[in-house]
Design a protein around this ligand. Structure first.
Ligand code: AMP
Ligand code: FE
Ligand code: FE
Ligand code: ZN
Length: 281
């Protein structure tokens, strides 16, 4: 079993890149990828530790992409090396956008009568600040009873303190990953909140834009949806990948490599991705 979608303290996970590799070894995973939100800062440490521990490892990133539909669009990019100069400029811009967005969200929460400031957020986060850090802070302050309530009341798309942050269109994000020598993969398709017909059409469009794979195996995908995606991916000749979206204590019910317990991501997903990356060389 492998896990190709994980977060570290470089974004909104609670395990450091090094700890994540140790955990993957301990759990007996055969390969891992680190895919932090809008940053590659954790990759070097994970890459080096994976080498020491002889764990097959892929470098990754998860970029938030503009999406007009009801849900949200995250694009995964996979690479063979942590040195990705081509991505640097754009990721810096994404991180700037994140910062501006965080300040706007603080203002919205203040306007709702919640006493919250940037320093408090910074004390919780070690890398890029995101909504899970807001959720944790709201929980610590006793404003909400759990993280889910924080999202439901304040942070989810459309909620009172939500501010969008994506800068790139799907097309731009896909070509950015490609230019950097990576393989672009649609993350957790269920979050697009499209019905199956719409999703089928959209996947074909994304394929035209250069998408190379779909995250078929995912903690929150039902058996039926997984099967549906598997067939679609095969039909469109897209790679099939999978990951738990492990965030440590920020998503406490999701276990590395196992999701809610019955997630199984075949080793072939890793091998197919690796082969595609080697072809890019
Ligand atoms: P951001 O990148 O700042 O927009 O935050 C997105 C992250 O928030 C996701 O990657 C998840 O880690 C987390 N998240 C989004 N929705 C929820 C939710 N309903 N419950 C818990 N965590 C969530
Ligand atoms: Fe996250
Ligand atoms: Fe995501
Ligand atoms: Zn993720």
């Amino acid at each position: 079993m492998v896990d190709l979608h994980t977060h570290s303290t470089a974004s909104d996970g609670t395990f450091s890149p090094r700890e994540l590799i140790y955990l993957a070894k301990k759990e007996g995973l055969k390969a891992l990828a680190l895919t932090d939100h809008d940053t590659i800062k954790g990759l070097e440490e994970a890459y080096e530790t994976a080498k020491e521990e002889e764990l097959p490892f892929l470098c990754g990133v998860e970029i938030s992409v503009k999406f007009e539909g009801p849900g949200h669009f995250h694009l995964l990019g996979y690479f063979l090396t942590p040195k990705l100069e081509i991505l640097d400029t754009m990721l810096k811009r994404l991180q700037e956008a994140r910062k501006e967005r965080n300040f706007k969200m603080i203002e919205k929460l203040k306007a709702l009568g919640i006493d919250i400031n940037f320093e408090e957020l910074q004390a919780i986060a070690q890398g890029e600040i995101g909504r899970p850090h807001f959720a944790k802070l709201l929980l610590d302050k006793g404003v909400v009873k759990n993280l889910e309530e924080a999202f439901e009341r304040y942070l989810r798309k459309g909620a009172a303190a939500y501010v969008p942050k994506a800068l790139l269109t799907p097309e731009e994000a896909i070509s950015l990953i490609e230019k950097a020598g990576g393989v672009p993969v649609l993350a957790h398709p269920f979050t697009l909140k499209l019905d199956r017909k719409e999703l089928s059409l959209y996947l074909s469009e994304l394929k035209e834009m250069g998408l190379k794979g779909v995250e078929v195996f995912y903690s929150e995908h039902s058996r039926e949806f997984t099967q549906f995606l598997q067939e679609k991916a095969k039909h469109l000749a897209l790679l099939i990948t999978g990951g738990s979206d492990f965030h440590g204590a920020n998503k406490p019910d999701i276990k590395l490599g196992r999701g809610f317990g019955n997630l199984k991501i075949p080793y072939e997903c890793f091998i197919d991705l690796l082969k595609a990356l080697e072809k890019n060389l």
